[in-house]
Design a protein around this ligand. Structure first.
Ligand code: ATP
Ligand code: MG
Length: 334
């Protein structure tokens, strides 16, 4: 039997370079590996937890995300792409899991803490938002997911998932749930152009896979470098310098990046020159995606999602039968 890979994205906007380095590249690799069967979920229910008052945006964002998937080469014949809300059993499983996690534990989740500080819910944090790690545990485990390609911001969610699996299996004396492992890429946390936070759809600090040539150029120009590097001749700092973070992640020639770093540290390499090199690198990478993206039709997206959700439902139901039997809620099955 093939090991299942489960991962996904929130339909809160178009995908960016952080997704590409953090998760999408791993998915491209894994979809070609015959030891695995890959499921990619568009987490609309999770997106609602902090966008419930803008629900009308979700549908168009689902289409944008699938367009991004197809533009980078995710292949719906090899990877099952589906919508979270269309697998209703995920919500059912979430209800079982909600009893297994304390509120104190949710409040201690380091990623939730960072996100709460950014989102300004003030004193009225939606229960759904606080509980999204539990929902995510259901997403993964309902498909018996064992490998989860994610950025490093999601590590606390994987830990939480495995705690739920242990508790459920122990309390209900079963082994119907599988533990999972995060599959972490070499660049699991790409910074935003602001140099402050990780690149994020919601923070307006990301270079999107679908950005135009002009957008890319402008964003590279705005990128945070070393604020104390004023004269070209003076030494500059590489650490915390977003241009170098992006060169490391995207420049095809590692040797050249090392040489640029040395030169920058010594002095004599200007920010403009450096940014021109990065701009060229990103333009070359993203122009191919843009071309493929323009060819994707809405009808194609709809049928991919419908077929994917159908397949996902069948697998989820297999797990749920075991879950209901373990808890004892399968009342009418003798
Ligand atoms: P939002 O701001 O709405 O939360 P996001 O940009 O954080 O959007 P998600 O849909 O939450 O994107 O994350 C999808 C996947 O991409 C997750 O596995 C996450 O870890 C990964 N990811 C997101 N941002 C980055 C980043 N800057 N670097 C590496 N991986 C990332
Ligand atoms: Mg996020």
């Amino acid at each position: 039997v093939k090991k299942r890979i489960v991962t996904g994205d929130r339909p809160t906007g178009k995908l960016h370079l952080g997704h590409y380095t953090g998760s999408l590249k791993s998915r491209l690799l894994l979809q070609e590996n015959s030891e695995y069967e890959q499921f990619v979920m568009i987490a609309d229910m999770q997106a609602l937890t902090d966008n419930f008052n803008q629900s009308y945006k979700i549908k168009s964002n689902i289409y944008e995300v699938v367009r991004d998937y197809l533009s980078i080469g995710l292949d719906p014949n090899k990877t099952t792409i589906f919508i979270q809300s269309q697998v209703k059993a995920i919500s059912e499983l979430t209800m079982y899991y909600l009893n297994l996690v304390s509120i104190a534990k949710l409040e201690r989740n380091p990623t939730i803490k960072i996100e709460l500080a950014q989102k300004k819910f003030n004193s009225s944090i939606p229960a759904g938002f606080l509980c999204y790690p539990i929902n995510q545990a259901a997403d993964i485990t309902i498909f018996q997911g064992e490998v989860v390609p994610v950025g490093s911001d999601q590590l606390p969610m994987i830990e939480q998932t495995n705690e739920i699996v242990s508790r459920f299996n122990r309390i209900y004396n079963t082994n119907c749930l599988k533990k999972c492992t995060a599959y972490i890429s070499p660049f699991p946390k790409l910074m935003g152009i602001d140099g402050q936070h990780k690149a994020s759809k919601s923070l307006n600090n990301a270079i999107f896979l679908s950005d135009t040539e002009g957008d890319i150029k402008e964003k590279v120009k705005q990128m945070y470098t070393d604020p104390s590097h004023i004269h070209i001749s003076s030494p500059g700092k590489v650490e915390g310098n977003v241009v170098f973070a992006y060169l490391e992640a995207f420049h095809p020639d590692k040797q050249e990046v090392e040489e640029l770093k040395n030169q920058y540290r010594k002095g004599g390499l200007g920010d403009m020159t450096l940014k021109n090199i990065l701009n060229k690198t990103l333009q070359e990478l993203l122009c191919h995606f843009r071309e493929k993206r323009a060819k994707v039709k809405d009808e194609e997206i709809a049928s991919i999602l419908e077929a994917g959700s159908h397949k996902a439902n069948k697998i989820a139901e297999e797990t749920m039968q075991q879950v209901r039997a373990a808890v004892g809620t399968n009342y009418f099955i003798s």
